[in-house]
Design a protein around this ligand. Structure first.
Ligand code: MLT
Length: 306
């Protein structure tokens, strides 16, 4: 059964996307960290939009459909006018998501990258340093050609996302000695291997320095806590008139555990156990019941601008 794992890293969302079996989309600072925090706090669904304007339009449409979404996201790292929330993971509380189970999110790079990955038709999972382990397990259950899409910064590579991609590539290399790392994955691995300390290296990224300057330094520290969350958000598609609409929910299936899998918890001691799968330690990665069609075998034909 065991086929070698292949890892592709795309360093920014302006690059052409290779064919893979599954996408792990990263925007450590801060979109994917926020999205993971939303579901870790018990959030139910999040609608990613590619711009502030399309987020407003989508929220209106969802209200017409009887939902009551809040609007969250950023422009230049702060909340756009009329939005309920900005893009700080520290604003996400269990009380907030209990009151508001549905939200629309638009960010400069992260949500754009997620929708770009979705347009390939391959499953899309949301990864960050906080759910690094859980996201790798979910990805391995969907195939062997793993694509790691770094959102980057305005179409350019970003140190924070590349570092996190390096962390994921390092874990897969540890796990699968016969792993094939594409050149881009080796670059990311170099970034990770060269970082003595993940948190301080993350804080040296251009966007981290900018966030620190405008008062969001705590967000950077929070984003740097590896394996602090065990949720894996996944992009699903909903029929929407003649098109499809993308929605983020918790991933929903049993992961595939390769024969030669040894615990990935050597370094952190946080284990993984999934229904029907061998247990590695006490805690669980959280998966929910599948109510929505997964992004499989069909391109996501979501309606632009709605
Ligand atoms: C982005 O998508 O560009 C980031 O999430 C921006 C931010 O939150 O600062």
């Amino acid at each position: 059964m065991s086929k070698s794992v292949q890892v592709e890293v795309v360093l920014s969302n302006s690059e052409r996307l290779p064919v893979v079996d599954v996408w792990l989309v990263i925007d450590v600072l801060r979109a994917s960290t926020v999205i993971v925090s939303w579901f870790a706090a018990g959030g139910e669904e999040l609608y990613p939009a590619e711009s502030v304007n399309s987020a407003r339009l989508l929220a209106e449409q969802l209200r017409r459909e009887g939902k009551n979404p809040i609007l969250m996201g950023e422009q230049n790292a702060i909340a756009p006018q009329g939005f309920d929330l900005g893009n700080s993971p520290l604003e996400i509380t269990t009380e907030l998501v209990r009151k508001n189970s549905c939200a629309v999110i638009a960010t400069t790079n992260g949500t754009v990258a997620m929708l770009k990955a979705a347009s390939t038709g391959a499953p899309v999972l949301i990864a960050s340093a906080r759910n690094a382990r859980a996201s790798l397990f979910a990805a391995l259950s969907r195939g062997r050609r793993i694509g790691i899409l770094c959102s980057g910064r305005k179409g350019r590579p970003a140190w924070d996302d590349t570092l996190c991609a390096g962390l994921l590539a390092a874990r897969l290399s540890e796990q699968f000695p016969d792993v094939h790392l594409a050149d881009s994955a080796r670059l990311a691995l170099l970034a990770w291997a060269g970082a003595k300390d993940f948190k301080s290296s993350l804080a040296s990224a251009d966007h981290a320095i900018f966030l620190e300057k405008i008062g969001f330094g705590d967000d950077v520290a929070f984003a740097g806590e590896i394996d602090a969350a065990r949720v894996v958000p996944e992009l699903y598609e909903l029929p929407d008139g003649d098109g499809m609409r993308a929605v983020l929910k918790l991933a929903a299936d049993k992961p595939y555990l390769p024969d030669n899998l040894s615990p990935l918890s050597r370094d952190s001691g946080a284990g993984v156990s999934v229904a029907g799968a061998p247990a590695f330690g006490a805690e669980n990665v959280f998966f929910a019941g599948a109510r929505y069609k997964k992004l499989h075998k069909g391109k996501l034909r979501y309606k632009r601008g709605a």
